[in-house]
Write a protein that binds this ligand. Structure first.
Ligand code: PA5
Ligand code: MN
Length: 190
């Protein structure tokens, strides 16, 4: 049996911190190529290199049936009309699905089916769960005015494939239009 420290963890829904868990931090400069409006990206970066998000991860075990989880903290803000976002990824083990649970703030998940390219925008709010199916690229945007935090739970063997996104990118981006998050084709902004 695992120790009690492996069986439970305490997270702060406001800061996204999990006691004792390693944290990955991504700044605007780490997201080169993610935002469609490259002029707005360079202008925003020239004014500073803000922290966009952090993820605290818990990996209790690495066996076939095990689970990993993480709490993300994504800051509010925009690059031009595009909301601050995560890098986005597919799972290296493509079949792996994931559950996102909103903790604080308001956001959306952009989902893109790898085979068909079909895209969907799914609201991510406190006490809402979003199911991300396997074979689906996923990226999170903060569409509100305060930090967005969420819990993500996924198979231990899922793995994060960032390379495919770096190469092909998502077909769509999420912009503020008339005060609302709106999904538009990337090519309309480039
Ligand atoms: O595993 C997940 O899908 C999340 O915990 C993400 O890692 C988190 O949202 C950060 O996004 P990304 O891994 O695309 O940088
Ligand atoms: Mn994932």
């Amino acid at each position: 049996m695992m120790s009690i420290g492996q069986l439970r963890s305490r997270f702060d829904p406001l800061t996204g911190a999990i006691a004792g868990a390693p944290v990955t931090r991504r700044r605007l400069s780490d997201l080169r190529g993610c935002f469609a409006d490259s002029a707005a990206y360079e202008a925003t970066l020239a004014a500073g290199d803000p922290l966009l998000y952090s993820v605290a991860s818990v990996e209790p075990a690495k066996g076939e049936g095990d689970l990993h989880y993480g709490v993300g903290l994504l800051m509010p803000g925009r690059v031009g009309a595009e909301y601050f976002m995560t890098k986005g990824h597919l799972h290296s083990w493509r079949q792996a699905a994931e559950i996102y649970i909103g903790l604080t703030g308001e956001g959306v998940l952009l989902l893109e089916d790898e085979a068909s390219g079909e895209s969907r925008l799914v609201p991510l709010r406190p006490h809402h769960a979003v199911y991300v199916p396997g074979h689906t690229a996923h990226r999170t945007m903060n569409t509100g005015a305060v930090p967005l935090t969420y819990l993500g739970v996924y198979p231990a063997k899922a793995g994060h494939d960032y390379g495919t996104i770096a190469e092909k990118n998502f077909h769509c981006v999420v912009v503020e239009r008339d005060g609302r998050p709106t999904m538009v084709e990337r090519k309309t902004l480039t």
